[in-house]
Design a binder for this molecule. Sequence first.
Ligand SMILES: CC(C)(COP(=O)(O)OP(=O)(O)OC[C@H]1O[C@@H](n2cnc3c(N)ncnc32)[C@H](O)[C@@H]1OP(=O)(O)O)[C@@H](O)C(=O)NCCC(=O)NCCS
Length: 147
Amino acid sequence: MDIARPYVAADRQACLALFDSNAPRFFDPSERAGFEQFLDEMRWPYQVIERDGRVVACGGHAVEPDGRTVSLCWGMVEQALHGQGLGRMLTEARLAAARAEPGAVEVRLDTGRHTTGFYERFGFVIERVVEDGYAPGSDRHDMRLGL
Ligand SMILES: CC(C)(COP(=O)(O)OP(=O)(O)OC[C@H]1O[C@@H](n2cnc3c(N)ncnc32)[C@H](O)[C@@H]1OP(=O)(O)O)[C@@H](O)C(=O)NCCC(=O)NCCS
């Protein structure tokens, strides 16, 4: 059974293992230190999905200072489990959390070229492509969705 629940500090290693499973195809290894720092600071709502008691996906969101924009951050599914509906479950849980933020009118995210098609299914549109935005050869795609 798949269950979404809030991140706790004991999930740190499991989340880093999810990152590692998705590198280098989806994440550049140089991004790992930023993810570790994000997990250690944990300033925003962050969720994990457990399958049979094991963490298999994680992702969160932040409310920008304007109070109107919610940014999705560090969303991922264990690579061996892609294509089984976990990404959809995770994204729907995060969009529900975004809609629950008072004053939120839009959701933003940035992602690599392999993932834009996934987010387009939820209505996100690409606003900007930053060449080498993550690392040389790894373009950043900025996407937005009106709530
Ligand atoms: C993007 C990601 C979360 C998708 O997770 P997933 O569990 O494979 O997705 P799902 O199985 O829930 O797929 C949902 C739907 O999207 C489709 N889909 C999945 N990945 C897709 C992609 N890269 N492009 C287009 N469509 C995609 C599926 O076919 C499915 O379609 P359906 O509803 O018609 O059956 C996963 O690929 C991932 O973790 N990638 C690495 C991390 C990453 O790049 N994160 C992005 C931002 S930080």
